[in-house]
Ligand binder design. Structure first.
Ligand code: NDP
Length: 296
């Protein structure tokens, strides 16, 4: 059994990104620039955005954090997004989710210029991904695909169970795994809360990608020997041992599932760090495309 060290692989990718940034600087170009819009002060969102800004610093990317009070109006936010769309100095930006209930998340996402949508949530990017056209991929699924590629895990012809059907993880990762590409070509089953006998599906799977947000739901009896298990779940659960009072738990009961696996990702330190480097990769891609279209 091999534990996939997402933190180490993400570190290698960051070093590659840093080398690219340094080359750009030597060539007299400015570094890629990622902006993040944060509304309110939700603890989880603060932490995620802080990690993204830190990763920019580590790779030499420029970063800008734009904060709004949680009472900001939808119009004010839309107006700021329009300015970011028009800002030549910003290559890509994200609006950290979730947003307060009085703001329509869909409307916000659809206002982002697809060429700057480095979270890959805009319908144009989702549609292009679906039909296999170049696009900005959603960060977490892109990170999972990169983990599989870098660990040389064979996907062609494998049975893959995706647990979860959200627009940001479940659906796109299922699509990428099924795509007719070298790192796809799997036979995919998508499961959700209405799936009957989930264990029957997971027991047949060579690759299980768990993205339910249900702590430790995937147990050893649900996994066949030699399976690859990718745990996307991250749920804060109360913990008396932790200084913060909580601990991150994945969807997989790691201690009992790991011995049965050929490969498994831990939580934390598996998919999470890959999500962040995928966001940087998308920013680099957005910056490169902008430059090539300016030069053509
Ligand atoms: P959502 O809540 O949007 O989706 C969860 C999905 O899981 C839904 O499709 C739901 O089914 C399904 N589900 C829930 N309970 C069950 C169950 N008992 N059996 C089968 N399916 C079930 O979550 P997200 O996709 O946004 O995130 C999933 C998890 O991944 C979360 O823990 C989140 O924190 C984590 N995450 C981690 C990231 C990282 O970088 N590590 C990035 C993004 C997310 P239905 O559609 O029927 O409701």
């Amino acid at each position: 059994m091999q534990i996939i060290d997402g933190k180490k692989i993400a570190g290698e990718i960051k070093a590659e990104l840093k080398a690219t940034t340094e080359r750009w600087l030597r060539e007299g170009k400015r570094p890629p620039h990622l902006a993040a819009v944060l509304v309110g002060s939700d603890g989880g969102s603060e932490t995620y955005v802080a990690h993204k800004m830190k990763a920019c610093e580590q790779t030499g990317f420029q970063s800008t954090l734009i904060r709004f009070d949680s009472r900001v109006s939808e119009n004010e936010l839309l107006e700021r997004i329009a300015r970011l769309n028009a800002d030549e100095d910003v290559d890509g930006f994200i609006v950290q989710l979730p947003l307060p209930p009085h703001i329509d998340e869909r409307k916000i996402i659809e206002t982002i210029d697809p060429a700057k949508d480095v979270d890959g949530f805009h319908p144009v990017n989702a549609g292009r991904m679906m039909i296999g056209l170049p696009c900005l991929l959603p960060a977490t699924p892109a990170g999972i695909m990169e983990l599989l590629r870098r660990c040389r895990i064979e996907t062609a012809g494998k049975r893959c169970a995706v647990l979860g059907r959200s627009n940001i993880v479940g659906k796109p990762i299922a699509m990428l795994m099924a795509q007719k590409t070298q790192s796809g070509n799997a036979t995919v089953t998508i499961c959700h809360s209405r799936t009957k006998d989930l264990a029957d599906v997971t027991r047949q799977a060579d690759i299980i990608i768990a993205a339910m947000g249900q702590p430790e739901m995937l147990t050893a009896d649900m996994v066949k020997d030699g399976a690859v298990v990718i745990d996307v779940g991250t749920t804060r659960t109360p913990s008396a041992d932790a200084k913060s009072g909580w601990k991150l738990k994945g969807d997989v009961k790691f201690d009992e599932v790991a011995p049965k696996c050929s490969y498994i990702t831990p939580v934390p330190g598996g998919v999470g760090p890959m999500t962040i480097v995928s966001l940087l990769n998308n920013t680099l891609q957005a910056a490169s495309l902008k430059r090539s279209s300016c030069n053509s």
